[in-house]
Structure formats: C-alpha cells, structure tokens
Ligand binder design. Structure first.
Ligand code: DON
Length: 625
C-alpha cells in the first residue's frame, strides 16, 4: 500500500514568519490516510488552537479537544494558581520545603537547592546525593545559566569494563558497585547556592535533615520499593534501611533515616568538603573497596561541577533554553523543533495521525544524530552548530515523506559536513521576583545500582550505563549510541535530561518544564511545549495529554497505555510505522504502569501570576504561595 497513492506535496519550506502553516503537508497526508485506510481526514481529537491559557477554558477545549476515551487523566482539572511563587515536584513533602523556603525570603535558587535535598530524603528512588543532574536558572533580568553536575566515570574506568570474555555486555553497568559514576549532585547544589542563593546554606539544608529524622511513607515510595525490592534485597546495607523486617514499609508508616540525617548534618556544617574529601568520602571509598567498585578518594576529591553555555533556540517565536552537552537534551530538542516548525502542527490537530507521523519522523532523524554525534564536550568534538542550523533542519525535513514512514535502517546519521578529528526526578521553582529554576536529577534506574553506601543511607547511581558500554548495542533505555559516547576515565556520560525554560515572543518568562524518563525525556519535554504553543492547551492539559515517542532505534512509535485511538494507531501502521503501546504491567526503571514521564510544568500567566501542574503519572504535587 505504501507509496501507492503519490501526492505531490512539494518540499517543506522554511517558516520565515512565525505564523501557522504555509504548507499543504497536513492536508495532503490527511487525504492520503483517507484514501489508503478509510480514515476520516482530519479526524483529530483536538482542533487547532490559537493561544495558551493556564485556566480551564483553553483553546484546546473550546475547539472540541478531548483525550481518548479510555485515557485516565481529565482535560478539565483546574491548575494550581499562585502569585508569589510556585514549586512543582514529584513529592508533596519536597514541594512544601520549597514553598517554605520561598516564604522565609529565599529566592528560587534557595528553594530549588532545599527542594533537591528534600527529594534526596523522601524520593530515594531518584532524588539523590549519590547521583547527578543539570540545573537551568533564568534570573528575573533574563540571564540564563546552565549548571552541569553530571556524574563522571572514575579514573580507573576503561572502555570495555562491562564486557565479558566474549565481548558481550554484562549487567555490571546497571547493578552493583561498578555501575556508579562519581556523584555530582552535592557539588552542583552547592555551586548554585554559592552563586545565586540569598539565604544561609545551613537554612536551605536543614529541612532535609528534619525529613531524614522522620516522615510518613507515601504511596509513591511504596510502589517504587515494591517494584525494586528484589534488586535492593541483593545488597543488605540498603535492604536493612529500605526493607525493614524484609518488607516494604506501609503507607503512612513513620520512616526515619538517621545515617542520611548525619550525612546531611555534615553537609550543612562543612559544605561539600565532607562529601568529597571528608568522612562521607571515606565511607564511599570503603564501600567501593568492599563491593569491588572503582571510585576512589582521588575521584571524589577531583570532582567539579561545571557552568556551561546554555543551548537556546527559537520555536515559532518562543525562545527555548535548555541543557548543552553532556546532556543531549538542548541540541536534540533544537534539531527536532527546527524540523517540525516547517509544518503547522496546530492545524494538523493534536494526536492526529498527521501530527504523530511528522513528530515521529522528526524524532527518528534527530535521535539518529544524537545517538551518533553527542557526548561529553570536554572529551569529544561535537557538531553542536549543525544541530542548531537551518541547513540541517532543511536537509532532514526534505527527506520526510507524507506517504510513508522512513524505516530507521534508511536513516543514517546525517551531518555530512562534520569532520570528526579524532576522536531522574525533575523539579521546577519560580519566585516572586520572577527568577526560575528547572532541575532534572537522577541516579538513573530507580534506586540506581541498588547499592547503599554503608553508614550513609544513600543509594549510588548506575549512570555508567548511559555510556555506550559497547558502541552500537542498546543500553537499558534501548538507546543505540556510538563511539563518541564510549567509556573513558574522567568522562561524563551522555544524558537525555532536559530541564528547560521557555520565553514568550516578548522575551518574558513563559514555561518552566522538564521530566524524568530516560530516552523519552527529550520527546516528553518537547511535547509539553508543542501542547501549549501549537495546540493551545492549558498547563494541566499539557501535562495530562498522552504522549508518543520515537528514538530511531528500536524502530517503533511508542504510545502510552490508552493514549491513542485505534483508528489513529492503524492509520500510522498504514503509513509503515510499527506502533507499540506501553505495557501497563508493573513499573520498571522508568515507566509507570504503561505511562512515561513525570512532567513538572509551571506557566507564567498574562496577569503576572503562575499556573502549575505536576504529572499524575507518579503522583506529584505543585504548591504555590
Ligand atoms: O541521564 C539520562 O538520560 C538518564 N540517566 C535519565 C534516567 C531517567 O530519567 C530515569 N527516569 N525515571
């Protein structure tokens, strides 16, 4: 069937002006789908919309928009509103800490640091001291900063350290001591506070200590412990704390972490010196020796977080600021957005076959280049300018057909001009002055490599798996990455984490967005932006809306359980896509019951107030003041 009905759509053109739709692509594809599959052309679940709104009466709803019938989240819920500041996280305790710091006179950076440390206590599956992350900061005066506190490979790491004698990848990059990179979170939070914080360090650390002295176990903690208990049980020092009496604690049980409280008290009193050079460093090094890991005192002492130049790109007149490498987020989002911008997503309709086809084709191409070219910029030369260029988007867009999905096998890394010379939880804070912070932080899998450092109460990451343990073979997220992201001593592994801040066409703060979700982070964050900018959704709808994902390999369009009408799925199959519904079974490393992501989204409203929403997929909570 594919290609049987050729329609001349011409070539995609550059959208010189930021208005909708100069191209007949959507209409041509709708007609094609009608002809080949019997689908009603333009049978979309939401009509085009013209403006974003934070309240219920969004253009999405006014245009008759609705989520698929079986979808569990409503389009009509009211967002959280506030005037003085807002904190959106996956956990109510952590959001409360952030809001209380704002109420005490702290700015968004103070609140973000306190919130991050609180998450390290109440959200031990992802919030962390033993991992790393990225922080985007936009000050009220419009200046934007990117803080990289990604883990680094230990100095003793080698390219083939996870291969067995036959050259096959083992599970040692995912489980146990060897999976851990040198943690960066403590350094990053300290640096951000040193540079922009206004409250005393002791004041922003104290709430986490209080929580470590005891809080009531939440539903989310129980469900993630349930999912990860087998792995945790393999290492008794963590099982003793997190599976007391060899069982997952009950919802509402009092849960105290005295060893973690002691680590945090040393952090409060000694700053990062204790973690990188003091008692905590010694405990980490001892744990490594005991368990056959390779992080040394020298690695810890040598760790430094880095301020980097943020990635900025234009999307239909909005300016998107996100993380540069070693996160792939900013550049990959730029590449996708520049391709997608050549068509009118709004007119094609939200969740329509036309829109999903175009997104999937753009995702596929940009991920092919992400997986091949991006890595730690301190080690590898990167074609960063190509990802941002109109020429790149032109050449990639020109190969997208409305008639058929391009098999990923035919989509090779496509930056010809580049000469290679050698070589998770997310939270968002805004304050009353208009400063904004977005942070994504991770120990990679839930509870990382499942190893707690004896005497500290925190889990170590398994982020070494974000390297290409064997270039060309998939990691735990199915990402097939290249030689540039091979393991090297002292090198940072490529990330998808994409904390992102968007300005409106007037240059004012508009959205603060981000999510966990491994390889799906980039497409989830982008869809939160498309939902608002192209489909006119309000902040709740932009979070609730079901999402799709494609990452080049495997060659599949993923959709969330219940997130696509059967007719839409079959229209996509007709075009040659293989469509895969997420398994609603028990959660794994990054999917929760057939869902993907955990967006935390804050939107600046025209009247100067905030509207915000936390993803119900993992039960988060936005609080305002
Ligand atoms: O940096 C990355 O891309 C991954 N380590 C992120 C892992 C993640 O999001 C897990 N999420 N739930």
């Amino acid at each position: 069937m594919q290609g049987a009905h050729r329609i001349d759509i011409g070539r995609p053109r550059r959208l010189a002006l930021h208005h909708r739709a100069l191209l007949p692509f959507g209409a041509a594809l709708a007609l094609l789908l009608f002809v080949v599959s019997g689908c009603q052309p333009g049978a979309t679940e939401a009509g085009p919309a013209s403006s974003a709104a934070g309240t219920t009466a969004s253009a999405f709803v006014e245009a008759g928009g609705a989520f698929p019938q079986q979808w569990p989240f409503a389009a009509e819920d009211l967002p959280v509103r506030a005037t003085e500041g807002m904190v959106a996280t996956t956990d109510e305790y952590a959001s409360r800490v952030g809001v209380e710091i704002l109420a005490a006179g702290g700015n968004a950076v103070d609140a973000a640091v306190a919130t991050g440390l609180a998450l390290a206590v109440v959200n031990p599956e992802a919030g962390n001291l033993g991992g790393g992350g990225f922080m985007m900061i936009r000050l009220a005066d419009g200046t934007v900063f990117a803080q990289d506190h990604r883990e680094k490979a230990p100095l003793a790491a080698t390219r083939d350290m996870y291969l067995d004698a036959d050259g096959n990848v083992t599970d040692r990059s995912v489980r146990g001591h060897l999976a851990a990179g040198v943690p960066g979170t403590v350094s990053g939070l300290w640096e951000a506070h040193q540079r922009f914080g206004t409250l005393a360090w002791t004041e922003v650390v104290q709430p986490a200590i209080d929580l470590a002295n005891g809080f009531e176990v939440t539903t989310r903690l129980v469900s993630t412990l349930d999912a990860a208990q087998e792995g945790i049980r393999a290492f008794p020092q963590g099982a003793r704390i997190f599976l007391p009496g060899d069982a997952v604690p009950g919802i509402g049980d009092a849960f105290a972490q005295p060893e973690l409280a002691a680590v945090l008290a040393r952090l409060r009193d000694q700053g990062p010196d204790d973690f990188y050079r003091g008692e905590t460093a010694a405990l980490i090094a001892a744990e490594m020796e005991r368990g056959g890991g390779i992080i040394t005192l020298e690695d810890l002492d040598g760790y430094e977080s880095v301020w980097r130049e943020p990635v900025a790109f234009d999307y239909r007149g909005y300016t998107v600021h996100s993380m540069p490498p070693p996160s792939s987020g900013g550049l990959t989002m730029a590449a996708i957005a520049n391709i997608v911008e050549r068509w009118d997503l709004g007119a094609m309709g939200w969740n329509s076959p036309e829109t999903i086809h175009l997104m999937a084709e753009s995702f596929r191409r940009a991920y092919a280049d992400r997986n091949e070219y991006l890595a730690d910029p301190d080690f590898v030369e990167l074609p960063a300018d190509e990802f941002l260029s109109e020429a790149y988007a032109d050449s990639r867009a020109a190969t997208i057909s409305p008639e058929r999905a391009t098999p990923s096998a035919e989509v090779r890394p496509g930056i010809d001009a580049f000469v290679d010379e050698s070589h998770t939880t997310h939270y968002a804070v805004v304050d009353g002055q208009g400063n904004a912070v977005a942070v994504t932080t991770s120990i990679n899998s839930w509870y990382g490599g499942k190893v707690v450092v004896e005497g500290t109460g925190f889990f170590l990451n398994n982020t070494m798996d974000d390297f290409a343990a064997k270039p060309g073979t998939p990691n735990q997220f199915g990402l097939v990455q290249g030689e540039r992201n091979a393991i090297g001593p002292g090198k940072r592994m490529l990330s998808a984490m994409s904390p992102t801040i968007v300005e409106d066409p007037a240059g004012d703060l508009f959205l603060v967005t981000g999510t966990p979700g491994g390889a799906t982070i980039i497409t989830t964050v982008l869809q939160s932006i498309f939902n608002v900018v192209d489909h006119g959704m309000n902040v709740v709808q932009a979070v609730h809306a079901p999402r799709v994902h494609h990452q080049h390999l495997p060659d599949l369009v993923f959709f969330e359980h219940g997130g696509l009408r059967a007719a839409t799925a079959s229209a996509l199959e007709t075009l040659g896509h293989t469509v895969r519904e997420r398994d609603p079974g028990p959660p794994d490393a990054y999917f929760t019951g057939g869902m993907s992501g955990d967006l935390q989204l804050i939107m600046a409203m025209p009247d100067g107030s905030w509207a915000g929403w936390s993803d119900p997929r993992r039960g988060g909570r936005t609080l305002g003041r």
